[in-house]
Design a protein. Structure first.
Length: 246
């Protein structure tokens, strides 16, 4: 890694989370050549990104944060979404790389500060986690009252209560897929960071806090297993039924 950093005009990172990102960049930043660009695609913590960006400036390294959104399949098909933040000149340097990975319209400008992209990505993820458990609750209620799960899914998806979860992911849940490409421990880490962000912003978050509590309970029960929807599995277990295609 040291040799790679020392010889890089553009240094791209995609790491599991903010802990790993800090570990790598504390070592890499002093080695990057002056004038280099650090492009970070990690979904991390805005406080960590802000701190590392300050260190990067001391070494004359430009920073673009572009946490990516999308599944493994979407990454393989170059269909990702990026929440891009950083100074305009640095972002212009990063765009040729991002455009090779993004879907049409997938480059979303989030702000001029390095941490802005991280803030937006975390809030987007927090909403998705909350939508997933709220949708599962609604589907379980309908199922328990005798409504076809498949029909209810279609009707809710096209209703005022529709969401990206119902559009793109609930169908996989109904086939027994708890989205095992992302660990519930990582979900909890992100939700804990959102809680910290909310406290800093002095915003009460009873709905997001309820989602966080359920995801924490899933982590306590199942451990750090792969499964982005293990909180839904916990709801099913508490209800005594599984959400499956009729």
């Amino acid at each position: 890694m040291q040799e790679l950093a020392a010889g890089s005009d553009v240094f791209v990172t995609v790491l599991p989370g903010p802990v790993e990102l800090r570990q790598v960049m504390v070592e890499a930043l002093p080695l990057l050549p002056p004038g280099a660009l650090w492009l970070d695609l990690t979904s991390g913590d805005p406080a960590v990104t802000r701190d590392l960006a300050a260190h990067a400036a001391q070494h004359d390294v430009a920073v673009v944060s572009a946490p990516m959104g999308g599944s493994v399949d979407e990454a393989a098909k170059n269909m990702l979404v990026f929440f891009v933040s950083g100074e305009e000149v640095a972002v212009a340097r990063a765009l040729p790389i991002l455009n090779t990975l993004a879907k049409d319209g997938g480059i979303r400008r989030a702000g001029a500060r390095a941490e802005d992209g991280q803030i937006v990505k975390l809030l987007a993820n927090g909403l998705w986690f909350a939508h997933s458990v709220a949708a599962a609750e609604a589907l379980l209620i309908g199922q328990g009252l005798g409504v076809s799960t498949i029909e209810l899914h279609h009707l809710l998806r096209d209703s005022a209560g529709g969401s990206r979860f119902l559009d793109d992911h609930a169908g996989r849940l109904l086939q027994g897929d708890y989205l095992s490409t992302f660990g519930v421990d990582r979900v909890v880490d992100e939700l804990d960071t959102i809680t910290t962000m909310a406290r800093t912003a002095q915003v009460p978050t009873p709905v997001l806090d309820a989602s966080s509590s359920l995801h924490h309970a899933a982590l306590d029960l199942y451990g750090p297993e792969l499964g982005e929807l293990l909180a839904v599995k916990l709801l099913e277990q508490r209800t005594g039924r599984r959400l499956r295609a009729d």
